[in-house]
Write a protein that binds this ligand. Structure first.
Ligand code: SF4
Length: 283
């Protein structure tokens, strides 16, 4: 059995930067260190960081002030204002590409556009962008939500950084007849586009795809979705412990891809076990 890996594996630039900022902060801090929500969507990395004193919190209420790290996905401006008021010291570890989307949303709002964010309403990145996009801003994920929009003179559109390009194109083209003026910023992250492209390409030439990354990671779930769309048998796992030997029976070509918040050490463990037919012990 041969194992093929996509070229863009491991942490993306934004995730690596956030984790580095968190580690640097906890090294120097004398006060408690928190992240607002998990710093990245990978439970194994979040657990490792917690062991080093970096605690994820979901609310500031009743928490002893300390350093508050803003995670790679960002945070709404209301959270930042509240943190400052409660005397937390805010540390910015937001990915610059997520911040760029927030800035575009803010700019569109200030220039009188109704802001449309194409992405998942419940995703923390979207909540962060919404907090910068004005009260009329709207999130659209599926085409069915489109009918709620009507008669706006100026629409300004941005995308969740992990959105599949095809979905963005579809939504934008549906919105075209609904306003006199439309300004679109393509805020999909290039790293995500490349990962999706390489995953789809690999999926066409193999019999089985293993996608590694947090079950809560939107970009990892999309990679699995895309591999399945290519007709490839696909499993989304977080660690090597989930691999089952039966998946690899009679398979000659197996592919491995990973989300942007999956560390290299997890990928290495998975690849080693796949090479061993999905079994723990060496042959
Ligand atoms: S996938 Fe792109 S936008 Fe998201 S954290 Fe990584 S570099 Fe930033």
């Amino acid at each position: 059995m041969k194992v093929f890996q996509t070229p863009d594996r491991g942490f993306c630039f934004g995730v690596k930067r956030s984790v580095d900022v968190a580690l640097e902060t906890v090294k120097k801090a004398k006060e408690p260190v928190y992240t607002y929500g998990p710093i990245i969507h990978n439970p194994q990395v979040v657990k490792q960081l917690a062991e080093q004193g970096i605690t994820p919190i979901e609310s500031l209420d009743g928490i002893k002030p300390g350093k508050l790290i803003l995670r790679s996905h960002g945070a709404p401006s209301s959270v930042i204002e509240k943190a400052n008021k409660l005397k937390f010291s805010v540390v910015d570890a937001v990915c610059p590409f997520v911040k760029r989307t927030q800035n575009y949303a803010k700019k569109l709002y200030k220039e009188g556009y109704k802001v449309i964010i194409v992405g998942e309403e419940e995703h923390p990145e979207i909540k962060g962008i919404l907090g910068h996009a004005g009260i009329e801003a709207q999130v659209i994920n599926h085409m069915s939500s489109l009918k709620k929009i009507s008669d706006f003179k100026k629409l300004g559109i941005v995308a969740q950084t992990t959105l599949p390009v095809q979905r963005f194109v579809k939504v934008v083209s549906k919105l075209l007849p609904m306003a006199e003026e439309i300004l679109v910023y393509n805020t999909i992250c290039k790293n995500v586009i490349l990962r999706q492209y390489h995953t789809m390409k690999l999926a066409k030439s193999i019999e089985l795809m293993i996608v590694i990354g947090g079950k809560n990671s939107a970009n990892t779930r999309r990679l699995a979705e895309l591999a399945r769309q290519e007709g490839c048998e696909t499993y989304h796992i977080e660690t090597h412990e989930e691999l089952e030997a039966g998946w690899f029976k009679n398979k000659l070509k197996v592919g491995v891809t990973s989300g942007a918040s999956t560390p290299n050490w997890i990928i290495k463990e998975v690849v080693e076990k796949i090479k061993n037919g999905g079994k723990n012990e060496k042959r």
